[in-house]
Design a protein around this ligand. Sequence first.
Ligand SMILES: [Zn+2]
Length: 253
Amino acid sequence: MPSRTYSFDEAADKLAQYISEHSRIVFFGGAGTSTESGIPDFRSQDGVFAKQQVYPHAPEIMVSRPFYDRDPEMFYTFYRDKLIHPEAKPNVGHQVLAQLEQQGKLQAVITQNIDGLHQAAGSKEVIELHGSVHRNDCLSCKKRYPLATVLESVSVIPYCPACGGVLKPDVVLYGETLNEQVIADAVRNVEHTDLLIIAGTSLSVQPAASFAQMGSQAATVIINRTSTPFDNAADAVFNHSSGLLLEAAFKRL
Ligand SMILES: [Zn+2]
């Protein structure tokens, strides 16, 4: 179905209608859902990849598992600088999703982000495809630590307070595979949803693209500032900021 262009108000009306007519909503979000919290999009023009000057390698290398294994000190220098944003707060989009879950309308959030902002906003069912900076595992004794342990470490490389082993964030690095259980949870939710809202992602990377296809038996709405390869397959496409649009739609419910 060729999509038409909606003004912000039209989009808010339409999105509110979709939300009110469905009760097993799944929200699939990418980097664009956190940019309104001040976290740069990893792949956008003014994101981390574009601002890359001071580091010796491209970010895809610096946040890869081989690089973590080879040079954990440089990995953590980059990771602390670019990937953790302890000051970031949930934005209105995160808050609306948490409220929709509380009202029993939203069944799960699937996110590509690692910032934990959905949980910070109060969402319970959050499927983190790429892991989270809030979980950090000792590679030696397997003990798990919060972000605070990394932030409060006096050395650049955070070590396990219990055994002295090196900590690794529970974040899927380049060269690592996604957690199978997490994927299974995401698939189950997408298969059982009646409204799939895809937001803040260009749907250019897997598994995001597969989820968009999988959800095709449900109503599918895309909220993204730019076009995606799945726009023609969606029931509606809104080229607006996802947080502001969710807020405007929520107010209309
Ligand atoms: Zn340990």
